[in-house]
Design a protein around this ligand. Sequence first.
Ligand code: PEP
Length: 250
Amino acid sequence: MTRPLVAGNWKMNGSRADAQALIAAIRADMQGLDAVDVAVCPSFVLLPVAAQALASSTIALGAQNVCDEDEGAYTGEVSGAMLRECGCRYVIVGHSERRSLYGESDELVARRFMAAKRHGLVPILCVGETLEQRDRGETETVVERQLAAVASAAGSDAFEAAVIAYEPVWAIGTGKTATPEQAQQVHAFIRDYVSRRGGEGVRILYGGSMKPANAADLLAMKDIDGGLIGGASLDADSFLAICRAAAQGA
Ligand code: PEP
């Protein structure tokens, strides 16, 4: 049985005080979650205060992106070494907001993925289709293209020790969620793809308007190993309820 992972993507939200308060509220109610890995991914500038607030807890820290290069003249970027120094274990790469709002290509995402691995960070690689692509029946083609960019750049065991997040773009921040069956179908496709490329044990998270009301049904599916949570991760009770649903499904 794969150990579930529930990671909160805080996006560009919160002050230092908000980060401290949210982490304190999560830490205060972690009982019963021994079987689940829990992580929070604040914005870059909140990483140090979050690391402090997480000290000696089992909750891991993650970032929301990483530079594909190691150091030098890359204004606005943050390197894997810097993230490690801040105490990060995970880093999200290829989030659809990065791909669509900031033009990150499959190839750039693949390079960021490799930089994460080079620095000993666990990449959480986001893949997923838009509504138009789903309506045209292209879901698997799009997801395969996004995975293939990583596979061709990172080689035969590209996905070893990585995490994949299936995030249908039409479900992110919209309140629309993939049905458990829709999600399972794509997760099984991803499982098959990555298993043939060093990723037998990878955790495949679902992301897209996951909340306490729908988490248990999604997390009960065979190939859904946890969640990448946006909006609901900003509320400690909602985030913890999702973590508990993952614990029950484990
Ligand atoms: C996300 O941004 O990764 C996400 C899943 O957001 P939300 O849960 O708000 O849909």
